[in-house]
Design a protein around this ligand. Structure first.
Ligand SMILES: [Zn+2]
Length: 338
């Protein structure tokens, strides 16, 4: 690692979004006197009769969950997007809006209320990946759906109201802002070099080998050079693939292993059920080939230096740009060692 980056304040560039993050490694030793969050107690009951996601229980909307054994998918009773929304454009002077239709689904990862991803066996995680693939294919093939976002919010600190292991899928007509940015940067790189941007990035990270925390035949997990969150990680397939539907059986299993490894490391980092927001970015489902797209999964965890100290995006970060003290290399070294 370049020593200039180890000790001096500097900006780092995110090649996928073309945004900058301010890194201040000289500040990592300052004392902490701020707020601490209470540690989240892990639930240990396999079935909770008051949980809306447990098998055979009634949901808020009145429907009853099946007695499912693997994953269970249903349309969110209170989704942010609705499939029946009419198409309309609103323009008045400088004001602009448009009707937006879509579908919001919930995926229960397991019938067991107490489990989280790091606790699950590999076949159970493969089954989750399988469900993601099926839902992506099905939702993405709908005529009015141009993008499918798969994500998981884990932990009350991340605004997740229910500890039952689950994630979400929001599918919509418009291509969201983050995807528009990443499509543009990947397209530019692909046109120039004939390789995907992440294919070349993975190559460089494997050569440098300072931010890689885990890898197998098909995937590498690393702390991206431009990480914003203290222990942010990204799982990238080594082979270029536009979407998760391109995964072979072997690759699906390799992906499951990386998911288990990174979430296990997270839980061990501060000896807590580690909260995060994780999401898969993939090519839009707008009918174009998107050879430039190289899908990846990002984990954005809010914890900073213990199970009770959270990073806040306030002040300078709200008004100017994200900032971090811990370098990506230090975070990677720590995660790798666990
Ligand atoms: Zn439950």
């Amino acid at each position: 690692m370049d020593t200039a980056l180890e000790s001096n304040p500097h900006r780092r560039f995110n090649i996928l979004t073309q945004e900058w993050v301010l890194v201040s490694p000289h500040r990592t030793k300052r004392p902490w006197q701020g707020k601490t969050e209470t540690t989240e107690e892990k639930e240990h009951i396999s079935y909770d009769e008051s949980c809306f996601l447990c098998p055979t229980n009634e949901r808020i909307g009145g429907e009853v969950n099946p007695d499912y054994k693997g994953t269970n998918v249903f349309t969110n009773d209170f989704g942010a997007l609705l499939s029946e929304t009419p198409t309309f454009n609103y323009e008045k002077g400088l004001l602009k809006a448009a009707g937006e239709s879509g579908i919001c689904k919930v995926i229960c990862f397991s019938p067991d209320h107490s489990l989280t991803l790091p606790d699950m066996e590999i076949p159970a995680i493969v089954n989750i990946v399988d469900t993601w693939q099926r839902e992506f294919l099905e939702l993405g093939s709908l005529r009015n759906i141009n993008y499918v976002q798969i994500f998981e919010n884990k932990g009350a600190i991340m605004g997740c109201s229910n500890p039952h292991p689950h994630g979400q899928i929001w599918a919509q007509h418009a291509i969201p802002t983050e995807i528009e940015k990443k499509t543009a940067t990947q397209h530019t790189h692909y046109k120039l070099y004939g390789n995907t941007l992440l294919e070349d990035y993975v190559q460089q990270e494997l050569e440098e080998n300072v931010r890689v925390i885990s890898q197998n035949d098909s995937f590498v997990t690393l702390v991206p050079f431009w990480a914003v969150w203290p222990y942010e990680t990204i799982i990238i397939p080594k082979r270029p693939m536009a979407t998760i539907t391109d995964l072979s059986n072997k690759e699906r299993e390799d992906f499951a292993h990386q998911l288990k490894t990174v979430t296990q490391k997270y839980d061990r980092l501060f000896d807590t059920s580690f909260p995060y927001s994780a999401g898969i970015h993939q090519a839009p489902t707008d009918g174009l080939a998107h050879k430039e797209w190289h899908w990846h999964m990002s984990f954005y965890p809010p914890l900073l230096r213990s199970a009770t100290v959270k990073k806040f995006m306030v002040g300078y970060e709200m008004f100017a740009m994200p900032q971090r003290d811990l370098t990506a290399e230090s975070a990677a070294e720590k995660l790798k060692s666990l």
